[in-house]
Design a binder for this molecule. Sequence first.
Ligand code: ADP
Ligand code: MG
Length: 270
Amino acid sequence: MTAKVLSFLNFKGGVGKTSTTALVGYNLAKMGYKVLTIDFDPQANLTSLYLKTKSKVSNDEVITISTSLMSAINDGKDLKDITIDVTDNLALIPNAVDFSMYTRFLDRTYTTELEKVEFFSKKIESLKSDYDFIFIDVPPTISLSNDTAFYACDQIIVVLQTQERSLSGAEVLISYLQETLINEFKSKVDVMGILPVLSKRNAAVDDEILRSAAATFGEHNIFENKITIMERIKRMDMTGITDSPKDTWDKKVHSAFENVSKEILKRLDD
Ligand SMILES: Nc1ncnc2c1ncn2[C@@H]1O[C@H](COP(=O)(O)OP(=O)(O)O)[C@@H](O)[C@H]1O
Ligand SMILES: [Mg+2]
């Protein structure tokens, strides 16, 4: 087994990157794939969501993290030692606020830009044989820190909110990846496609943006399975991921993300 490394990307906060990472990871794990998710954001939203999910699964036991990603990196620890099992087949490398020191760690430890950018890719190499998928959930910044995450990726999925200006944002991002990571650092990373998150409040604007996106990036680069706004996802921030087979809203959420997961599998095959 050699894990595929993926990341959802958008340089705006609050577009649903973390929720998408969490729910795609959760559904791939449910389908039987071995999934590791790495929280790469010092705000630790993914860590918080998954720890709530784990606490629910293990009868409301309170889960605390003993070692953060930053301290593991500082101490030269194997990342295997800090993974937490969330559910069957689903593991998490947690983050915490001390990760804001990561760039300083890179600057202190390495001299060349390439050495810095390559660091995280090398750090996760030994984990790849244990998983089918590794997802890295990054904060919304253009930064050296994120460059090290994207450099470690095989595929990037651009999350596109169907709002004005998000399209030009996506164009800027894709050319940034191309110029910086691919041309300058010779990364092998590829853009798998664009996953639309629809507003639904204004279907005409959604359609318009989807049409321009198809014209700009090519129809085949837009995911067929789209995410819509679902209030249940917001509730999961508080409750952790809920998945009751009798609950219509839970079923809706998981069916949407199962379809996105299947499309990711299909796109990896092609
Ligand atoms: N499809 C969705 N429908 C409704 N709310 C969503 C959806 N995706 C994310 N959210 C909510 O929007 C907020 C921001 O989402 P998050 O995944 O943290 O975004 P990001 O990681 O891009 O900053 C969270 O409160 C989350 O629960
Ligand atoms: Mg986030």
